[in-house]
Design a protein around this ligand. Structure first.
Ligand SMILES: Nc1ncnc2c1ncn2[C@@H]1O[C@H](COP(=O)(O)OP(=O)(O)OP(=O)(O)O)[C@@H](O)[C@H]1O
Ligand SMILES: [Mg+2]
Length: 435
């Protein structure tokens, strides 16, 4: 039996803005997720991160790491020049962003993606004990920042190029929410009309499709009634928390007296670099140090600006973002929580209510709601026509996001899958049909 099969069945690959995973159909027909080693454990969620380091020596060598080992090496206390690159997927549709310079060498977006994808592929090979050279790769319905279909095609072509460079001989693409639908479909013994909502780090994606045993072998074009999406999700919520909570504690909006007038002590662009944590290292320049020095001398609340300078000097963007995410996760569980940050002598403790958080992300929620309602209108579907709403992705844990669905659909209709692995799981099932 095994001898008649292809030696390396295609895997399902979910390359996420924050987390990636790979699944395959095991010999017994079950779906198996690749487990990647972490210190003391394993994980199916491979952080979509790339880390470069350079020894502070006379003949410096640049080393790079991806996924769990990127974080491990980044956090290792050694005297090194360090650079973390994250959310690369968000740059895929941008023609103007071709790459970046790291320690004097230029890397294209494709180089960096390929570096992550190669470790993801070889890590999964180690986990499965089998070679991997073909993959069904997920793509968002709407890429972050893509305005036209050409932008999306450009993004897909870039991702395909990176996959080839990472050692995948053959790749095909499928919508991420269709992947998630296939995971749900595997549990069904009848046909259903389902609405899939996939809320990740970068994108919120929706698909309306028919699923069930009779639909499994159909082409996606036949079963997908419509798709919609918006290029914002968990990363955008984090940025709102930084803007409304963290930045004010670090002097955003603080005033200084200048010629009898009260003016902002620190220019706003400095704080916009806090909203994407990996931009924090861009603030480590002489120019910013000079601006902050002047502001500290004149500001009415100099201690807040001192705290900002400390954050920049100690390059604590990653740690700050971790604290923001912890707060966000707590607010998914409870009505009140506290932002807590204690690093390198910097201590911030700020209580937050879920209702405040929801007011800060209100515009984002409206954009998400519009995408959901737009899909129903565009396909002439009433909520009552839909049998099941299936939510996946880490941001689907945010209660205000879930409410968008529980307020539109009758109780019991809204279900949830494996938040971080449903897409890869379903893509593996779909790959078996497609390849
Ligand atoms: N309990 C939680 N409450 C709120 N947000 C959460 C929770 N757990 C994870 N998240 C958020 O979910 C996001 C990551 O989700 P996921 O791994 O599904 O995204 P992704 O697949 O990497 O991104 P995308 O699909 O947009 O490319 C992050 O923004 C993370 O902060
Ligand atoms: Mg995802």
């Amino acid at each position: 039996m095994a001898a008649t099969r292809s030696p390396a069945p295609a895997v399902g690959l979910d390359f996420g803005t924050t987390n990636s995973s790979i699944a395959r159909i095991a010999a017994d027909g079950s779906v198996e997720l690749a487990q990647f080693p972490t210190p003391g454990s394993t994980t199916a969620s491979f952080r979509s991160l790339l880390y470069f380091e350079q020894e502070a020596s006379a003949k410096p060598q640049v080393r790079s790491f991806a996924g769990p080992s990127a974080i491990e090496h980044y956090l290792a206390p050694e005297d090194k020049h360090r650079r973390l690159v994250q959310s690369l997927k968000s740059y895929l549709p941008s023609r103007s962003l071709t790459g970046t310079e790291v320690f004097g060498r230029r890397y294209t977006v494709e180089d960096m993606l390929a570096r992550i994808l190669r470790d993801l592929r070889t890590g999964a090979e180690d986990a499965f004990g089998a070679p991997i050279d073909r993959a069904l790769v997920g793509r968002p319905v709407r890429f972050v920042g893509a305005e036209t279909e050409e932008d999306a095609q450009f993004a897909v072509a870039r991702l395909a190029d990176a996959c080839h460079r990472a050692g995948f001989a053959e790749v095909q693409f499928e919508y991420e929410p269709v992947g998630a639908a296939c995971a749900y479909e595997a549990t069904l013994d009848h046909e259903e009309l389902v609405l899939i909502g996939d809320f990740g780090g970068g994108t919120s994606d929706f698909s309306l499709l028919r699923v069930g045993p009779s639909m499994r072998d159909r082409d996606s074009r036949e079963r997908v009634l419509g798709t919609s999406g918006v290029g914002l999700a968990g990363d955008a919520f984090d940025a709102r928390l930084v803007r409304h909570l963290v930045s004010p504690a670090l002097g955003a909006g603080s005033l200084e007296r200048s010629g009898g007038k009260l003016l902002p002590a620190v220019p706003a662009w400095i704080y916009s670099n806090l909203e994407r944590w990996h931009y924090l290292s861009f603030l480590r320049t002489r120019n910013v140090t000079e601006i902050l020095k002047g502001a500290m001398a004149r500001a009415l609340e100099p201690e807040k600006i001192e705290a900002l300078q400390l954050l920049i000097d100690e390059d604590l963007g990653f740690q700050l973002h971790g604290a923001v995410q912890r707060l966000k996760y707590q607010l998914s569980q409870q009505e009140t929580a506290a932002f807590g940050f204690d690093e390198a002598g910097l201590h911030l403790h700020i209580p937050v209510e879920r209702a405040q958080f929801e007011s800060w992300i209100a515009d984002d929620l409206v954009a998400i709601e519009n995408a959901v309602d737009g899909l129903l209108t565009q396909t002439s579907t009433a909520p009552a026509d839909i049998d099941r709403v299936f939510l996946t992705g880490g941001t689907s844990f945010v209660p205000a996001v879930e409410r968008i669905f529980t307020s539109r659909f009758r109780e019991g209709k809204v279900a949830r899958g494996e938040a971080f692995t449903a897409v890869a799981h379903g893509l593996a099932l779909r790959a078996r049909q497609l390849f």
